[in-house]
Design a protein around this ligand. Sequence first.
Ligand SMILES: [Fe+2]
Length: 138
Amino acid sequence: MGKLVELWTKQLSIGIEDIDNQHLRLFEIMEEVITIIQKGGDDLLVMKTISSLMGYTLEHFTLEEYIMEKAEYPEVEAHSLLHKEFSDQLIKIKISFQEKSSPNEQLEKDIHKLLADWLRSHIREADGDYASFVQSKA
Ligand SMILES: [Fe+2]
């Protein structure tokens, strides 16, 4: 597995600077979680980092949803459901770590997949779509 932050490319930029920065930060925190797990960091630190990832995710989604609502973007509800899907995945990852119900390699894979597949296509498609809408209104 390559480094997660390297999966961030200019192509993922949606043209709203704050959001682009937050996306990159999400990549970084997800990378941090994986690195700590790989290094065999203690459980408390892993849990703390997963919690900050969840907190940051919430903050990020709240900002996106605010931007969409303000611009009266018609797909805001469908988009929010996608955000919920991502948050649910994170909760699942946190619970399996807490309960030690899957091996750490599996968790690393799950986090990697969530970022490399889900988040990247979400940014390219769903976020790209609301960004064009917002920009066309501005
Ligand atoms: Fe989004």
